[in-house]
Design a protein around this ligand. Structure first.
Ligand SMILES: [Zn+2]
Length: 468
């Protein structure tokens, strides 16, 4: 049986400062080695000060993943010598002396399979190594410490996944959950990274390190399963090793052997005291947590009668569910959910488009009310929505500029219907017995009115004029 376990590193991108110093947590956009201070580059004599908000956010993640959260948490030094880690140790958490990480023993449902969460720990991100030079002889490594000390949450799962699809489903759920909590923006480059452990048929475990995107993680796991199955079928033993994902060649390749837990010589970080989180604080954090995606979905379904699938799509994306929450009323909820999921999501489908979109909750409210009061047809509403996203103009202005309003003058509509009746005598005859011919006539009227007539009113008037 295939067994896959994950270690996911997620940056807390919504925090203001790094985990142990006042430098910016959002290190992107700085000049190289500009976002640093004596603490995050590990100068002798500098002392870390723990970021309280980071502990809160990490605890919220633990709670959202149904983990238990201990009353006392501690930090440890994980020793290793590598240029991206200026102190030569990483401040992290470990459960070697009991459960002292921010959370553990949780569980999440992915594709009807309960995935157990082993542990959630708070730690600092190392700096970033950049390699230059195109041949091994002149290759140099450059290091940028802007990222060093950025708050990172590591989520460790039990080896409960049975295939790459389940892995992907879990990662999507996790990414939506983190975004909904307002702790991280998973779409930022480098905000989510992962390691995966893969073994098949009770064979040895292979670890794939440092995969930069969910898409690649799914591919790497898939490749690794096939590689191990192929070895197994030729009766070659799978070696227990660390491999890395070669993104260019789309394969996993063997890499240097990693240290075992003992080599890291974990020891308590003496510069940070044990932190006590009283049950009342846990309780308060719980009450401050935003509504979960599951609860939103259920509310949309039960309160507004929005179909389950639409409710699920809407609830799981924070950008759209925030828009929905701010725009809807009891009477427009279903209409707005419909506009968002059938039209807006297609128009605004990337991070960049979301950022540049001019759409506001007021726009959606106006649009839904105008559809419901027959001021604008659903077809014209699509054109108006496109203009709103692009220009941010008000609906009334768009309607008059693009002449999108419904044909509300019944006398004018009757004249057009009479013209169609005179032109399409054969279809009129057929219409008495065939609904298809009637639809054809409605279509003709729509054509002549540039789709601005209300289809129901047109049908009623048409029947009246023909006398059926
Ligand atoms: Zn710093």
């Amino acid at each position: 049986m295939t067994k896959i376990g994950l270690e996911i590193h997620c940056q807390l991108t919504k925090l203001n400062s790094k985990l142990f110093c006042p430098c910016k947590a959002d290190y992107r956009g700085f000049e190289i080695n500009e976002n640093i201070c004596p603490v995050c580059v590990g100068l002798p004599g500098s002392l870390p000060r723990l970021n309280r908000e980071a502990v809160k956010k990490a605890t919220m993640i633990a709670m959202a993943l149904n983990c238990s959260t201990p009353e006392k948490i501690a930090f440890f030094r994980k020793n290793y010598f590598y240029p991206d880690l200026p102190k030569n140790f990483q401040i992290t958490q470990s459960d070697i002396y009991g459960d002292t990480s921010v959370g553990g023993f949780g569980s999440v449902l992915a594709e009807d399979k309960a995935i157990r969460i082993t542990r959630i720990q708070l730690e600092e991100d190392p700096g970033r190594l950049v390699y230059e030079g195109n041949s091994p002889k002149n290759r140099i490594a450059l290091v940028d410490y802007n990222r060093a000390g950025t708050p990172l949450v590591e989520i460790v799962t039990e080896p409960d996944f049975e295939g790459p699809k389940q892995v992907r489903a879990f990662l999507n759920i996790l990414s939506d959950l983190l975004e909904n909590l307002g702790v991280s923006d998973p779409s930022l480059d480098g905000a989510m990274r992962a390691d995966a452990n893969v073994s098949i048929k009770g064979g040895k475990k292979v670890e794939i390190k440092n995969i930069g995107s969910f898409h690649d993680l799914e591919k790497a796991v898939h490749f690794e399963i096939i590689r191990q199955q192929s070895l197994h079928s030729r009766e070659i033993e799978v070696v227990q090793e660390t491999r890395h994902w070669d993104n260019k060649r789309k394969i996993t390749v063997s890499s240097r052997s990693k240290e075992g837990a003992l080599d890291y010589r974990y020891l308590l970080e003496g510069d940070i005291p044990w932190i006590t989180i009283e049950p009342e604080i846990h309780q308060k954090l719980k009450s401050e947590m935003p509504e979960s995606i599951g609860s939103k979905k259920e509310r949309y379904r039960s309160k507004y009668n929005i179909p389950m699938q639409v409710a699920g799509v809407l609830a799981s994306d924070k950008f759209y569910s925030d828009l929905f929450e701010a725009a809807h009323s009891d009477s427009t909820a279903k209409e707005i959910a419909n506009i968002i999921t059938t039209d807006l999501m297609g128009l605004v489908d990337t991070r960049e488009k979301k950022e540049s979109s001019q759409i506001t909750p007021g726009h959606l409210r106006d649009l839904a009310e105008s559809i419901q009061s027959n001021k604008i047809s659903r077809n014209s509403a699509k054109d108006a929505l496109y203009e709103m996203v692009r220009t941010g103009k008000e609906l009334s202005q768009i309607i008059s500029e693009l002449d999108l309003g419904n044909l509300s003058d019944t006398d004018k509509l009757i004249k057009i219907i009479q013209k169609v009746i005179s032109e399409e005598s054969q279809a009129v005859e057929q219409a008495r017995s065939s609904p298809q011919a009637l639809n054809f006539l409605v279509g003709k009227v729509m054509q002549k009115t540039k789709r601005k007539a209300d289809p129901k009113l047109t049908l009623d008037l048409l029947k009246k004029e023909i006398g059926i």
